[in-house]
Design a protein around this ligand. Structure first.
Ligand SMILES: Cc1cc2nc3c(=O)[nH]c(=O)nc-3n(C[C@H](O)[C@H](O)[C@H](O)COP(=O)(O)OP(=O)(O)OC[C@H]3O[C@@H](n4cnc5c(N)ncnc54)[C@H](O)[C@@H]3O)c2cc1C
Ligand code: SF4
Length: 527
């Protein structure tokens, strides 16, 4: 068993000899790779998940802001920006990937996000898959990740073929009051779709250290808990942890990948399979493919690594005159500005509460301010996370520098709507009884929503993979993470990554009964 109480399949492989071949190798055990492994568990194929990290340990530091914000769970790795400045990326290399730390807001993209959408900063392109086709996979993903929510409250919410599997999370008193005041302004606050185990008898203890922290009691619907664990139980899926994929090798005709060269405990060796799926996250997927050939693999049209996006993101701390302490406040959202506002015709983005900013958390970022002041602010605040669409730009790209480090070039685009969103949200909150609001915008190092570097499309000249994630240039190489997004929308990405992975399993890997299975009462997805 691991220290988080889960069967330690990875260490078992580690101690013995990890499998060296499989039918399908999935590289990266995060949202995309983990969900795909789950979907392939009964596909009649031997699946090997290859993950560079280990299991995230269950330890008291999981819930300690000081430990978490000092980077306990971040890798000792730096990436560089276009000026050559090194920074620590917001990555977490564990079984479950970035979902071990995520805030578990599991929202669907809007139907409009899949079509062409005119923004202030330019056009957001259409996807080669539309919302209608993706809808059943969204429904299945909500089931797998046990999402709490309520259909029909948010006017931008696209059609759902089924209700959310679990009722919406309750609002705490301060959040409920705020919701009433927003409704009185003519806005449409809604229950944020959330993946935490708050079912009757569920494991969640409703704490203030959820978003940005690992869950000490395994109650967060992360990819390890909801997808990888049941996948490994099937016996058809194995995992090799602490196994970093360095590059892929092709056969003599260059049309098929034949092996992944990996490093594990200082030893280099090859893993062989019929099919390879890369799901290492938008930057690492690019890095693996760039290292796999003189000009990279799946890079025939020089598109790999381009169109890097990561949302414009800001936190707004809205402070009321009187204390109204919240514990778990991430239950409400407002999308009234998503497609534009009363005085602005362009999309601005989404606003939703996020992890509680307590005095202790604020102290990690604002050491010069007296702790007592920060504590009082935390007791009076409700805290919001704002997201605006970042548009694809071929010049915003991931490459490797001379020493092999990931280099990210990004010139801001479509930023004016974000500034307007911050203003609109502050105004909305002031009218609702929060007269003071501070905001902080996050930069390149807050890359939690990065995407777009191996975009899907029908035209190989301007995309890397086809509409099902298969590389245009290769017969047996797929990409199943956020890299494939043609546009970033202004919503949380994980549910869309999961829905695309389920669609890939169903439509490309022959798991024809996937959707029936996902809704069966016997399915781990519904238990
Ligand atoms: C603090 C935080 C809060 C967030 N909140 C939300 C939220 O509320 N809602 C939401 O939808 N999203 C949220 N996200 C974003 C979400 O976690 C990511 O969008 C999602 O995990 C991306 O999935 P992925 O499959 O693309 O990559 P990941 O989940 O990052 O998985 C990639 C995996 O590949 C592994 N890997 C990388 N390189 C290699 C290699 N060379 N060899 C082998 N393995 C490799 C990594 O270790 C990792 O396990 C948040 C993220 C963070 C950090
Ligand atoms: S709120 Fe629930 S799911 Fe989130 S970390 Fe706390 S116990 Fe875990």
């Amino acid at each position: 068993m691991t220290s988080n109480g889960l069967p330690d399949h990875g260490t078992a492989s580690r101690g013995g000899s990890p499998p060296r071949e499989a039918d399908i190798i999935v590289i990266g055990a995060g949202m995309g790779g983990g969900t795909l492994a789950y979907a392939l568990r009964d596909a009649g194929a031997k699946v090997l998940l290859v993950e560079r990290g280990g299991y995230l340990p269950a330890e008291r530091q999981n819930w300690e802001p000081k430990a978490v914000f000092s980077g306990r769970y971040k890798p000792a790795e730096s990436w560089v920006d276009s000026a050559g400045r090194a920074y620590t990326p917001g990555m977490h290399y564990f079984v479950g990937g970035n979902t071990k730390m995520y805030g578990a807001a599991l929202t669907r993209f809007r139907e409009e996000d899949f079509g062409e959408l005119t923004h202030h900063g330019g056009e957001s392109p259409a996807w080669p898959v539309g919302y209608r086709e993706l809808e059943p996979y969204y429904t299945a993903a909500e089931s797998l990740y046990r999402v709490h929510g309520e259909v029909g409250q948010d006017p931008t919410e696209p059609r759902h073929s089924r209700d959310f599997p679990y009722p919406p999370l309750p609002h705490e008193a301060a959040v409920a009051r705020l919701g009433d005041r927003l409704r009185a302004q003519g806005l449409h606050p809604f229950h944020l779709p959330m993946g935490i185990d708050y079912r009757p008898g569920g494991k969640c203890v409703w704490c203030a250290t959820c978003d940005g922290f690992p869950c000490l009691v395994q109650a967060k619907s992360d990819a390890e808990v909801c997808a990888i664990r049941p996948a490994l139980e099937s016996g058809n899926v194995e995992i090799s942890t602490h196994t970093k994929v360095l590059r892929l090798k092709t056969g003599p005709d260059g049309k098929r990948v034949v092996a992944a060269e990996v490093e594990r405990d200082g030893e280099r060796f090859e893993l062989r399979a019929d099919t390879f799926v890369v799901a290492a996250g938008a930057a690492n997927t690019t890095a693996i493919l760039l290292r796999s050939g003189e000009n990279g693999l799946a890079n025939g049209s020089d598109q790999l690594g381009r169109n890097y996006m990561q949302h414009h993101m800001s936190a707004v701390m809205a402070v009321a005159a009187r204390p109204g302490q919240t514990v778990f406040q991430k239950t409400i959202g407002v999308n009234d500005f998503y497609l534009g506002g009363a005085h602005w015709q362009y999309p601005m983005g989404s606003a939703a509460t996020f992890g509680k900013l307590t005095g202790e958390i604020l102290h990690q970022a604002r050491r010069a301010v007296p702790a007592a002041v920060l504590d009082q602010l935390g007791r009076r605040s409700v805290d919001w996370w704002l997201m605006t669409e970042d548009l694809p730009d071929p010049e915003n790209r991931v490459t490797l520098d001379a020493s092999g480090r990931i280099a990210v070039r990004r010139t801001l685009n479509n930023h004016e709507p974000h500034t307007r969103l911050i203003r609109a949200v502050k105004k909305m909150l002031a009218k609702a009884g929060y007269p003071v609001a501070f905001h902080q915008e996050f930069g390149l190092e807050t890359n939690s929503h990065h995407c777009g570097t191996a975009r899907m499309g029908t035209d190989p000249a301007v995309s890397v993979v086809d509409a099902h994630g298969k590389a245009h240039d290769l017969e047996n190489l797929y990409v199943a993470d956020s890299s494939v997004f043609p546009a970033s929308g202004a919503n949380n990405p994980s549910l869309t990554i999961a829905a695309l992975a389920l669609r890939m399993a169903h439509q490309r890997f022959g798991v024809t009964d996937l959707l029936d299975r996902m809704h069966s009462p016997l399915s781990p997805a519904t238990r």
